[in-house]
Every structure is written in C-alpha cells, then in structure tokens.
Design a binder for this molecule. Structure first.
Ligand code: J2J
Length: 539
C-alpha cells in the first residue's frame, strides 16, 4: 500500500506546535473525553435517534472492535458513503478508533466515482447505507463495485445488508483495540472538488484538521450549548469542519442531522431542537430566505447561518441577511485547507460584500499574477495558500502535486481573488475549468471524457453558464459523429455512466465544428472560453 503522508517541514511543524495550533489531540481521544465529561448530553439527533455522548462513544467502540474482527488492520482505508444518518458518526468514529482511514464519499457518487476512490486509496472496505433519501439502493452499487475492484475485501451496510456484512452486527473484542493514533499522522482522506479530471484524495492529519474546527468554533461562536443543524451532506468538508458537525462534537454541542436540506424538512427541526447554527450553499440559503417569509415554524433560536461553497453575491447576501433572524457569516473554504470567515461582529458591508479572512494568524495568503509575482494590493490575482491546516500534497498523485503546489509548498487554490484594505478576500472567479454548480465542483474534463465515450459524439467541450438559482450550470457543446444524438437521449445516457447526477449536463448544444485559428487547433481552455462567450452573447 502506498503510505499516507502529509508532512510539513520540521521547523514549520515545530512552529505550529509551539504556537498551540497543533496540540496532539486526536479524534478518538476527543470523543472519549467528551463522553467522560458530558455522558448524558445529546450528541447526535437524527430521525428518531437521540444519542448521548456516552452512547455515541460506546457505539463507536463497538464498531471499531467489529471492523478489526473482520480482519481489517490499522492503516487500512475504508470508503464511507453514508448520508445524514446517525451511523455516519458511529462508523467514522469507529474507524478512527480502530486506526482505520475513512475515505469520504458523497451520497450522490456512483460506481465510477466510488471505484476510483477505492482504487486510488487502495481501500479494503466500503461502508454504505442500504438506501439513500432518493431511494437509491447502495447494495446494487456494492455488487458492481465488488466486480470492478477485486482488492475490496469487505462491504458493510447500515440497514438491511442482504448478502453483505451488517453494520449493526459489527462487534468484537474491545481489548484488541489499538492505542490512540499519532496526532501528526493522516486521519482520513477527504475528496477534492476535482478541477481537472477525477477527484483527488486529500490526506488530513488529526493535528491540522482538529485545529481548523477548534479555531472555527471560536470564530463562529460554537460552545457546548450550541445546536448545529447539518443540512448539507455530512461527508462534505464544509458541514464537517467549518465549524461543522466535527466542530460541534468537539465543543460537546448537539448535532442535528437533516436528511435533506429543504426548508420543509429543516425548519421543523430548527424549531423542535432549538437549532442555533447551520451552514448552506448560496442557492439553499436563498431558498431558506424565501421560505422564511411565510413559514409557520419558529426560527428564532437561529443565531448564525454560514453560507459558502460558492460565491454569494452581495445582493443575495442582502436578501438572506434580511429574511433570516440571525447573523449571516460568509465562509470561503476548501477541503485542501484554507478557510476564511467574515467575523460575527464585522460591519455589515464586510459581511455582505466579502468572503472573509483566514482562520489563522499563520495562514499565509499570496495573490499572484500569471508569472507567480504578487499583484499590487487590492488587485485580483491567483490565490495561493500555505499554513497550519493546508495540505502540502495530495495522496498518490504526482502529476497533480506538481501542478497544484509551488516548490515552496503553497497550494494553488485555482481561485481568483482580491484582498480589501481591511484584509478580507473577495472571490472574483477562478483559473481552472471546473463548474461550481450549487457548491458541487464538476471537472469539465471529466464530463467531456464521459461524453466522448458515446458512439455519436465526435468531440465535446464542457463549460459553465451562469444560472440564477444554481450559480452555474453545465453546458456541453457536442460535435456529432454520424447520427445526430438528441440532447435528452445524451443526458439519459450520461445517467447510465455510473456518475453522480450533478455531473450530467444541464444543457447540450450540438455544433458542426469547434473553432480553430489560422495556426491550427486552439487549446481546450481557450476553446471553452470562446464557446462560453458565444453562448452568453446569444442569451
Ligand atoms: C466563492 N467560492 C467558494 C465562497 C468555496 C468551507 C466552505 C466551503 C468549502 C468548499 C469548504 C466559496 N465563494 N464563499 O471546504 O471548509 C469554491 C472555491 C474553492 C472551492 C473549494 C469549507 N467557498 N468556494 O466549498 O473543497 O472555488 O470546499 O476553491 O468543495 O469552492 O471547494 P470544496
């Protein structure tokens, strides 16, 4: 197995420890501590389940022993695809406790993506729920996955497990559980938004990740009295760590899981559980704002609503802030690390018009031009980041590492930002060719690759188009090969490719040819830019 690494230069790591960012805490240790301090406080609410800290801890211990009893060994990777159900927590804390490495997949992912995560991480096991909220049967996916990935030894299913191992039945000898992991080691693999090609795996350590949500708790006002509503998919980095459910559990607060993020489901939960804080992507924040005007539910417990994952325009921010009875907090973050927040006591103009400033005094942010030179203060440029919770490398991907990091260890975020005189970042665009569809990042290249597999597609170029509700949507330009495919048929065919539904183009435009220049073919990047400009001009 390729070893998991995430290393900062020794002197830098020593500095982060001396500054108190990295405190040697680990996931299993903090849960054990909370369970000892507040055994009867409710940790997780989901559907009918209300687990106290003592219960969550006990369930995680049992799951941990059960994972090891299957034959899994500390260091083995386990792809986890669980939606907003309580087993998400017993599974991942069980994995942490057993020294196993969760690889976080989203419920929307399908065979192609899951097989990629299993292959890239060399996973030995896959944990999923019987069904998703949309009715999708993950056991079917698991059967195909077994055939596609011979290295996968175990499939563990929460709910009716059919021929697989039942998560609920996991049990083993707790005396065989290992000691706590090394806090400097990789705790899990998060997945990247996938700006080029397939998603990359992001190794995060106990030290660095726990710092990011402990510091986020302070910035977002999370205490043991907070009630965090997790409305976005729990495996996504934003609701996990900014400050997210992990921040809430670290604080000894209560996490309420909403199976879906719609106001119909979330508002009754806010009222019933007296939710104080939640996080949403911009389109959902607008939906909540609209629904709040007429709701009969009492939302008055809500103190903070975080909005991020995609750009919240000042106008949208104004609408959200006016409609909801709480403080709006913008968050601009990434699974690779750097997270920026507006502060709760910032002036209104900063909250409405900027995407915040970094968590840490030791976050190093550079804004550079095409040559890598810093731009004049206040001018837009490419954002580079380095710091105590920003990775230095992806897992098992030399090509991406060469592209995505500077020789001195800055992560190239791909975002184009400017910094205000007060030191706040304003996101202005991005360098990469990905589409940010309601916070889901979709690689143009990956969608093009799928289209090219269709017999009636000669060539394809995929671009983002501004969308009033989603922020951006996916438009595919296709040159037919032989028989002209119908747009609807092409979309339906994309749905059979075993990919997340959010990657299926919203719009397909058939064209006879792509532009070339006198000098010959233009670059794909230039082509996408021209096609996009043409479509916008026509609209
Ligand atoms: C514009 N673009 C944004 C924002 C993220 C907190 C919040 C979000 C994420 C996340 C996260 C944006 N305005 N407010 O992990 O901890 C775009 C940028 C960024 C990319 C990262 C967190 N907030 N973005 O969205 O890894 O382009 O993380 O580089 O999914 O989302 O995507 P992701």
């Amino acid at each position: 197995m390729i070893p998991l690494r995430q290393e900062w230069p020794l002197d830098v790591a020593a500095r982060y420890r001396a500054a108190g960012y990295w405190r040697g805490e680990t996931f299993p240790a903090f849960l054990r501590q909370r369970a000892a301090e507040r055994p009867d406080a409710v940790a997780v609410v989901a559907g009918e389940a209300r687990w106290t800290y003592a219960e969550l801890h006990a369930r995680a211990e049992r799951a941990a022993a059960g994972f090891l009893a299957l034959g899994l060994r500390p260091g083995d990777r386990v792809v986890v695809q669980l939606g907003n159900i309580p087993e998400f927590f017993s599974a991942v804390f069980g994995l942490f406790r057993a020294g196993l490495i969760p690889v976080y997949a989203l419920p929307a992912h399908r065979l192609t993506e899951i097989a990629h995560f299993v292959g890239k991480s060399e996973a030995s096991a896959y944990v999923a729920a019987e069904r998703g909220t949309d009715g999708f049967d993950y056991r079917t996916l698991a059967r195909d996955l077994r055939a596609a990935t011979p290295g996968l030894r175990h499939v563990i299913i929460a709910g009716d497990a059919a021929e697989f191992t039942a998560f609920e039945a996991l049990d083993g000898d707790s005396a065989l559980l290992p000691g706590d992991p090394d806090p400097a080691r990789v705790a899990f693999l998060q997945i990247s938004g996938g700006t080029t090609g397939l998603s990359k795996l992001i190794p995060r350590t106990h030290d660095d990740y726990i710092y990011s949500f402990r510091a986020s708790n302070e910035i977002c006002g999370v205490t043991q009295d907070s009630v965090f509503l997790c409305a976005l998919p729990a495996a996504h980095n934003f609701p996990m760590s900014s400050p997210g459910h992990m921040g809430a559990l670290y604080a000894g607060a209560r996490v309420v899981l909403s199976p879906v993020p719609s106001p119909d489901t979330a508002f009754p939960l806010i009222e019933r559980e007296r939710v104080t804080i939640s996080g949403l992507v911009p389109p959902l924040a607008l939906l909540w704002a609209q629904a709040a005007a007429t709701t009969k539910h009492d939302l008055s417990s809500l103190e903070v609503l975080l909005v991020g994952g995609a750009k919240l325009t000042p106008e949208a921010a104004r609408r959200v802030a006016a409609a909801l009875p709480c403080t709006l907090q913008q968050v601009f973050g990434m699974a690779e690390g750097l997270v920026n927040y507006t502060r709760l006591d910032d002036p209104e103009a900063i909250i409405l018009e900027t995407q915040g400033r970094p968590i840490s005094p030791d976050d190093e942010v550079l804004i550079v031009d095409d040559m890598g030179e810093p731009v004049p203060e206040g001018e837009p440029g490419y954002l580079l980041a380095r710091g105590p919770y920003t990775i230095r490398a992806y897992h098992n991907d030399d090509a991406a590492n060469a592209r995505s990091f500077t020789p001195d260890g800055f992560y190239r975020t791909g975002d184009i930002v400017r910094r205000t005189a007060e030191g706040y970042l304003v996101v202005q665009g991005r360098a990469g060719d990905h589409i940010n569809r309601a916070g889901e990042k979709i690689s143009a290249e990956e969608v093009e690759d799928h289209l090219l597999a269709h017999p009636s597609v000669f060539d394809a170029a995929v671009v983002s188009i501004p969308d009033e509700f989603l922020g951006e949507r996916i438009c595919a330009f296709v040159i037919p090969h032989g028989e002209r495919p119908r747009a609807a048929a092409l979309k339906a065919w994309m749905r059979t490719r075993g990919i997340a539904d959010f990657k299926v183009p919203d719009q397909v435009v058939l064209v006879d040819a792509f532009e070339t220049t006198a000098a010959g073919k233009i670059s794909r990047k230039e082509l996408r830019a021209r096609l996009r400009a043409r479509l916008l001009a026509e609209e």
